[in-house]
Each structure stands twice: as C-alpha cells, then as structure tokens.
Write a protein that binds this ligand. Structure first.
Ligand code: IPE
Ligand code: IPE
Ligand code: MG
Length: 254
C-alpha cells in the first residue's frame, strides 16, 4: 500500500520506543454503532491485535503490552465475560504457530488464578511454547489492574521483611520494581489509548510515570498498522524532559 509505506518511512528507526503499551478500548461501542452485539466488537478486535503485533515485530519494538481485560472487567455481564474468555483461549491457541514463526514470546501480567481453567491452561501452554523466542515480547495484561499489582508487591515486600530477607532500610525503587508483575520489562515510553477516552483505567500507574500518552478517537477494531505508525511519529516529535529544562536536553543531544 502506497499510503502505508509513506507513513512508515517517516519513522526514525533509531529512536523507536522499546516498550509500547496499549489500552485497546472501544470494541463494544464499535459493535453497537453497527447494531451488533458487543462480542462482535471483541471478535473484530482480534484482527487489530494481529495487525499491531505483526507491525511491532516488523519494526523492531521489543515489548508490546496489550491491556485486554482489567480486574474491573470481571464486573461486566456474565455473557460478555464468558465470551471474552472463550475468545481469548481460542485466539491464543490458534496464534502460537504464528508467534513462533515471528520469534515472538508471549508473556502475561495480571492475576492468572482468576482466569477460568481452560483460559489459564491455554495461556500457560502458549507461554511455554514461545518461551525460547527472542524477538518481540508480547505482554498480555489479563485480569490486571495496577492497584492489584501494587498491593501484591507491598504484601510480598512485607513478607520478605518478616522473613528477614529484606531490610526495611534498604527498600528503594528497585525493591518495588523487583516485586511488580513487570519486573522483567522496562517502563513503556509510549502509551496509546483508542476510542477517545482520556483516562488510564488502572493500567500500569507506576510504570507510566514518564510515558508519553497518545489518545486517538479510532475504535480498537479499526486500529491498524498505519495508526500505530502515526502514534510512533507523534511520540518522536515530543521532547522528553524528565524534569529537566529544554535547554539541558538540547545540550545533551549535541
Ligand atoms: C475494550 O473495549 C475491550 C475490553 C475492555 C475487554 P470495550 O469493551 O471497553 O468497549 P467500549 O469501551 O464499551 O466501547
Ligand atoms: C480498560 O477499558 C480495560 C481494557 C481495555 C482491557 P474499560 O473500557 O474497561 O475502561 P473504563 O471502564 O472505560 O474506564
Ligand atoms: Mg471500554
């Protein structure tokens, strides 16, 4: 596609974010606008997942975290929750050969114990089968929320203090990092949310401290490679100051 390659060539391949995190939102509204059931939107959202995973692997992104199901999403109507879990297990199962072909390693953050057994087993199997892959890390956030993660981290640090393996005086940012679900991943530099909502919805609250936030009105089932490229180009146009002044940043870049 001519248009796709035009946008693609504008990306500076030397300054890619290592980690992109996406809140995949708007499936339900997209479906309802078409007079369809919400699950129809989730079903079509899988196409976008495929496209964005493929684009990320092609371009050389190292970590892609996809918020697929939050702790709070368990409170949705049972029929939608059941449909999402079946869709998840089916998709994961079908995608493993493609993940392996593209050297993609599947990971998960979130409360795995909350998943129904068939979905939990499917995820575990897919993670095991892709564990040797060294390309893109595809991190699915499932039954995930940041507050759940932080409470767990604090609890585990408390237990380690009680067991005598951590000295409270030594607790620092690294200690907390080590106890997060994301301990093996760098913080995302770019966070994208689709569908026009401007909030974080309990996603990576700690890890997004210095992420560049990108919001688009595009509903997730319509989000494709070009939309991702546009987000990356926008990210590359920003000056990331980390508390310093613009002058300091520019001096450092010279
Ligand atoms: C995101 O789409 C997918 C999940 C949360 C599972 P939504 O289902 O939230 O779609 P909207 O926001 O209702 O349109
Ligand atoms: C956030 O979307 C969670 C996922 C995309 C998985 P929601 O649609 O659940 O978020 P709220 O309820 O609009 O904040
Ligand atoms: Mg939503």
């Amino acid at each position: 596609m001519v248009q796709e390659s035009t946008i693609f060539t504008k990306i500076d391949k030397e300054r890619l974010p290592a980690h992109i995190a996406i809140i995949m939102d708007g499936n339900g509204r997209w479906a309802q606008e078409k007079g369809e059931d919400r699950l129809f939107g989730h079903f079509h959202g899988v196409e976008s997942v495929r496209d964005i995973v493929e684009a990320s692997a092609e371009i050389g992104i190292q970590y892609l975290t996809l918020y697929a199901f939050s702790t709070e999403n368990w409170d949705r109507p049972q029929q939608e929750v059941d449909g999402l879990m079946i869709l998840l297990a089916d998709t994961i199962n079908k995608e493993v050969p493609i993940l392996n072909k593209n050297n993609i390693r599947l990971r998960m953050i979130g409360d795995m114990q909350m998943l129904p057994e068939f979905a939990r087993n499917g995820m575990q199997e897919a993670m095991d089968k892709t564990s040797q892959n060294t390309g893109l890390n595809l991190i699915m956030a499932l039954s995930y929320s940041s507050r759940w993660e932080l409470v767990n981290a604090v609890k585990n640090i408390g237990l380690a203090v009680q067991a005598g393996t951590i000295n409270p005086q030594d607790i620092d940012a690294q200690t907390l990092q080590n106890h997060l679900n994301t301990s093996e991943f760098p913080d995302p530099e770019l966070m994208i949310r689709t569908s026009g909502e401007h909030r974080i919805s309990n996603f990576l609250l700690y890890q997004l401290a210095y992420a560049e936030l990108y919001f688009t009105n595009t509903r997730w089932p319509e989000f494709r490679k070009n939309n991702l490229y546009e987000a990356i180009i926008d990210y590359q146009s920003r000056e990331r100051r980390f508390g310093k002044t613009s002058k300091q940043i520019q001096a450092n870049n010279q």
